[in-house]
Design a protein around this ligand. Sequence first.
Ligand code: CTP
Ligand code: MG
Length: 229
Amino acid sequence: MTWAIVPAAGRGSRFGGAVPKQYLVLAGRPVIEHSLRAVLDHPGVDGVMVALAQDDAAWPGWREVGGKPVLTCVGGGERADSVLAALHALPASIDDDQWVLVHDAARPCLHRDDLARLIGEGCRDAVGALLAAPVRDTLKRADADAKCLGTEPREALWRALTPQLFRRGGLTRALSSAHRNGVRVTDEAMAMERLGLKPRLVEGRDDNLKITTPADLALAEFVLSNRKD
Ligand code: CTP
Ligand code: MG
């Protein structure tokens, strides 16, 4: 049994527009509703804590989604600050040993099979796990003038996705340590790695897109409207 944290306090500066991207309509529903339903769909997820911007005027005020509780807290200046705020705001009944799933509000195309595999494999790992996709493109290292310096081997490289699954206590300690030391961590796994831990990669689908630009929203619309299972 686990709770989810959904960081949704970003401003969507790369996307642009008046309304943050997580509230734009995708296949008939706000992006964030897809992301919440996707994590709450798993029978092992009991509820979700959503981190919102202090001045968020677009949050619909949901108290439940799909029959499960939705709580909110105020996020922070960086994604990691929002996740840490949500960890602190989780109900006290969730003890430090319990697993917590962190999933971006901006990832509406999470597939139920990926979530099930992540939870199944992640809970058996001592450290925790994240969804990730192998890098498929040829990778170039370049100088400041965008001239190629070389080609990087990609065999050992993966793209980190969400959800990511860690124990409440361990993740809180890892994110607090990064924060205290002024280290910017861009996902939960990076905070754990800093402490010498090795999170497990669970291969996820390429269509678990993060909405960053308007083109991603169009792609996500295509993915969701063509999904058969
Ligand atoms: N996020 C958050 N708190 C922040 C920054 C980001 O909760 N201070 C959330 C976003 O709402 C999003 C997820 O983290 O669901 C991934 O972040 P990203 O895709 O970078 O979203 P934004 O920060 O909103 O976009 P941008 O970087 O273009 O401003
Ligand atoms: Mg951002």
